[in-house]
Design a protein around this ligand. Structure first.
Ligand SMILES: [Fe+2]
Ligand SMILES: [Fe+2]
Length: 269
């Protein structure tokens, strides 16, 4: 009986990799499988090792190690590529034992944004996230949650009108009648829920409300404000920013009114 050592970044460990490892165990000559975490990855090796250990809990004959401590064979490129797909946001394709941790946590959010947004949109998202965090801190709200909703709020903005409409026809037919630029505020929460496994109601609601401004809670108002006044927008927002630090409701009313006036001016012109 032998021990098989399978090396990969496990950044993070995916369902496909876990299945491949479990298939090795079925071989009659194999008694133990060790998953060895390579050095390089987006997350540090210790975190990835913890994730592998968690994913392996149901398996008595599979163990985790660091690749620097053992020697073995490298997993197929196609399996390792499944890690990239998870890093780009498909958390539901991660190993079952870590999906919830990814969906509820803060990891791989920037890699998902960088993979799915053009560079200017990704930097807007970072800027919105930073301002959301600051405003949440000032108003004693959950600042991690605020950063996360800011980071993810435009994740489906690059989709074509056809892609957006196709998803809405299935999941939210009532939204199809809105103007196409509004679609992403509906498709994004659907994507977060179905592909990333994010179930946080406040995050999903805030993102759904960030274009129409039908905000129902303080985090939602923060996202609406931050989306309009984050510094990379390039216009003077000192009055709005100052007000947002003091009075969220008043700042929301001001920014909403300004957005309405801007829309009317454009329609007139
Ligand atoms: Fe947006
Ligand atoms: Fe935005």
């Amino acid at each position: 009986m032998s021990t098989v050592v399978l090396c990969a970044p496990f950044d993070p460990i995916t369902e496909a990799e876990l299945q491949a490892a479990a298939a090795e165990l079925k071989r009659p000559d194999v008694s133990t499988v060790i998953l060895a975490v390579e050095d390089e990855g987006v997350l540090d090796a210790e975190t990835r090792l913890c994730f592998v250990k968690r994913a392996l809990r149901p398996y008595r004959r599979m163990h985790a190690a660091l690749a620097c401590d053992v020697s073995g064979v490298r997993l197929d490129d196609s399996l390792i590529d499944s890690e990239r797909i998870v890093r780009e946001g498909a958390f539901r394709k991660a190993a079952p034992g870590i999906r919830k941790t990814l969906a509820e946590g803060m990891r791989y959010l920037e890699t998902a944004v960088d993979a799915r947004c053009k560079p200017h949109r990704a930097s807007h998202s970072r800027s919105v996230a930073a301002l959301c965090r600051t405003l949440a801190q000032v108003h004693h709200l959950d600042s991690d949650k605020a950063w996360k909703m800011g980071m993810l709020h435009d994740l489906t903005k690059a989709w074509s009108e056809e892609e957006g409409r196709a998803l809405l026809e299935v999941y939210a037919p009532e939204a199809v009648s809105y103007a196409p630029p509004v679609y992403h505020s509906f498709t994004c929460p659907i994507f977060l829920r179905t592909v990333m496994g994010i179930e946080d109601r406040e995050i999903l609601d805030a993102i759904r409300q960030h274009t129409l401004g039908d905000c129902t809670g303080p985090l939602s108002k923060i996202l609406y404000i931050a989306d309009k006044i984050e510094p990379t927008r390039g216009y003077d927002v000192s009055k709005e920013t100052e007000l947002a630090m003091k009075d969220l409701d008043a700042a929301f009313a001001l920014v909403y009114r300004e957005a309405e006036e801007y829309r009317e001016r454009r329609m007139d012109g």
